[in-house]
Design a protein around this ligand. Structure first.
Ligand code: CP3
Length: 354
């Protein structure tokens, strides 16, 4: 394996000194890039990009080639490969987001749910090794998975971004059934992330995109403990280096203190909290990653620079911040606005580091 040339991202996640604040963007390979749309057309569909390691490698590298100041790459895939491998039948309808052929609602189906053979996900591990070779040590490669709660919302509801009434009804009426789904999914995600680490992932991130839909008590019962369980079972070192773990709950800033206790090295922030306040609340327990509102990238260079400066200033001097968006970049983002954001982070952040 090529020697890593830029480890600022890994160092910042471990709260070690860096000469500037590293930056990457959630969903940095995606539809806002014309070269991505071109690759997707050639591949035939989004899922074919994910399932073919050479396409997955091609699109992972696109943002790195366009934006040489990015400090990390992320596996091109989707969190929903896991429920797909668990037999639910993932498909995408143009413009409608992900859906499943089958849902998990009946007790008999739920009892049958089991950890799938990781061979079902071999295409993901092949993509990780292929990307790691192609990135060639320029920056680290992030592996990822969905949190058990977030994956369960898709498995029970059959689609995303709903009002979550079916799964919440289960949580309140039959918590035993939901805990069974979450337990099997946590074991699956743990094996899945460990296989990504074995294939070459240098950091891992757990996306809890729908944790913020839960009540206070329900988050602490149905989401956070399962992320903790996964993190406790992860391989800590690969190639003689720590593999940092990031946990991100969208809408989760209410629970920062609790998140800082689950064994993650860094916590992802959306844009709803002031990052300086977040830093005070977690102290020196974890690093923070985020928290630019992705909608800012639809505006002007001046507005983008002002917001980048404000977040960097609010975090203040010292280590432990990875600059990122508070959620995925939108497909309507002009690529030059992402470039303006990335340059602003590099230019404005050196003053906060020794
Ligand atoms: O960051 C990256 O560049 C890596 C790729 C990545 C994708 N999905 C590719 C993708 C990552 C890290 C994900 C994670 C993911 N997928 C999450 C967690 C993060 C989040 O956004 O909250 C979730 C909830 C999903 C499920 C999912 N996949 C949804 C809801 C959608 C449709 C909504 C949308 O933005 O289109 C997808 C599709 C998807 N995943 C696309 C990409 C590039 C767009 C597919 C296309 O080309 O049409």
């Amino acid at each position: 394996m090529a020697q890593l040339q830029n480890d600022t991202f890994l160092r910042a996640l471990m709260r070690e000194p860096t000469p500037y604040t590293p930056v990457w963007m959630m969903r940095q390979a995606g539809r806002y890039l014309p070269e991505y749309r071109e690759s997707r057309k050639t591949a035939g569909s989004f899922l074919q990009l994910c399932k073919n390691p050479s396409f997955a490698t091609e699109v992972t590298l696109q943002p790195l080639d366009r934006y040489p100041l990015l400090d990390a790459s992320i596996l091109f895939s989707d969190i929903l490969t896991v429920p797909d491998a668990m037999g639910l039948g993932l498909y995408f309808e143009e413009g409608e987001g992900p859906k499943f052929d089958r849902t998990l609602r009946e007790e008999a189906d739920i009892k049958k749910l089991h950890v799938p053979d990781m061979a079902e996900l071999q295409y993901v591990f092949d993509a990780v090794s292929s990307i790691r070779t192609a990135v060639n040590g320029r920056v680290p490669l992030i592996g990822f998975a969905g949190s058990p709660w977030t994956l369960a919302t898709y498995m029970v509801e059959g689609k995303g971004g709903t009002d979550f009434l079916t799964i919440k009804k289960m949580a309140y009426a039959r918590p035993d059934l939901l805990h069974h789904i979450l337990e099997v999914t946590a074991q699956t995600v743990m094996q899945y992330l460990n296989a990504q680490i074995a294939a070459g992932a240098q950091a891992v991130m757990i996306f809890d995109s729908w944790g913020g839909a839960l009540s206070h008590k329900a988050y602490l019962e149905f989401s956070l403990p399962y992320m903790q369980k996964i993190i406790n079972g992860l391989t800590r070192e690969a190639d003689g280096r720590i593999v940092p773990r990031v946990a991100f709950t969208k809408g989760g800033a209410l629970w920062l203190e609790a998140q800082a206790e689950i064994g993650a090295d860094a916590i992802g922030l959306d844009w709803t909290i002031d990052i300086g306040q977040a830093r005070k609340r977690v102290g020196d327990k974890v690093a923070l990653q985020g928290n630019l509102d992705p909608a800012i990238l639809l505006s002007t260079t001046e507005a983008i620079e002002k917001e980048v400066a404000s977040i960097l200033g609010s975090y203040g001097h010292g280590n432990g911040h990875v600059f990122n968006l508070g959620h995925g970049i939108t497909q309507w983002t002009p690529p030059e606005n992402a470039a303006a954001m990335i340059s602003a982070v590099r230019n404005f952040s050196t003053q906060y580091h020794e």
